[in-house]
Design a protein around this ligand. Sequence first.
Ligand SMILES: Nc1ncnc2c1ncn2[C@@H]1O[C@H](COP(=O)(O)OP(=O)(O)OP(=O)(O)O)[C@@H](O)[C@H]1O
Length: 252
Amino acid sequence: MSSIIRVENVCKTFVDEKSKSSNEVLQNINFEIEENEFVVIFGPGQSGKTTLMNIIAGLETATSGEVYIKDKLVTSAGPDRAMVFQNILLFPWLTVRDNVEYSMKVRGFDKEEMHREAQKYLDLVGLQGFEDAFPVKISGGMKQRVGIARAYCAKPDVMLMDEPFGALDAQTRYLMQEEVIRIRNQEKRTIIFVTNNIEEALYLADRIIVVTECPSKVMEAIKIDLPRPRDYVSEEFLRLRKEISAMTNRAR
Ligand SMILES: Nc1ncnc2c1ncn2[C@@H]1O[C@H](COP(=O)(O)OP(=O)(O)OP(=O)(O)O)[C@@H](O)[C@H]1O
């Protein structure tokens, strides 16, 4: 297996220009991610996970250090990366289908190809029958499905998912975790998924990168070899959950 993402010595300090105060958020972050690997970045709230994702996405610059995608230095956002956020932003005046097609339209796709691609991903995420609905008429879970379809349509090498299910009710969140694995089994991608929920991390990850509180460092990278589909209450699942929780509690 070859590594598709390299995060090398990434540091980030935010400086408030007015007060000149500084906030060191990321301290020397290093890791590599293999092609088609599902990596979860797990850490406490306000530990710099979103900042790290934004740096990988090219939306934020590191104070020092580099990120490489397929050996190419990240200097800005690019079509090789697509993001799915917790607060999915859909155009309220466009239908579900038009929201999914929007980025292809902007990139000048042929109309027929655009419809075909959009339908493929709408079907993949389970939105058949909701293509003509407007965002105001669909649930939070369905909005996340639109966001995932839209991200897949861009055909990125890497999917960056930043707490996408953080605002969903517990039952919908479990369902969406299953869905992400089902979709990923049908359409292989390299995925980085951020969460502060240990159960979610263990259900999804091939590998969990545990980060500390700010200034955030990589505490541990743990390969998760549990068979799939995973059982939230299997002995091994609960053992790992306890072990990782204890590890993060010790670091507090
Ligand atoms: N643009 C910014 N300017 C100044 N400080 C920032 C900026 N973005 C983030 N921070 C600070 O960086 C720290 C980490 O925030 P970040 O959102 O990256 O953490 P997080 O782990 O994603 O948090 P959560 O899990 O609660 O979403 C916080 O103290 C936050 O205030």
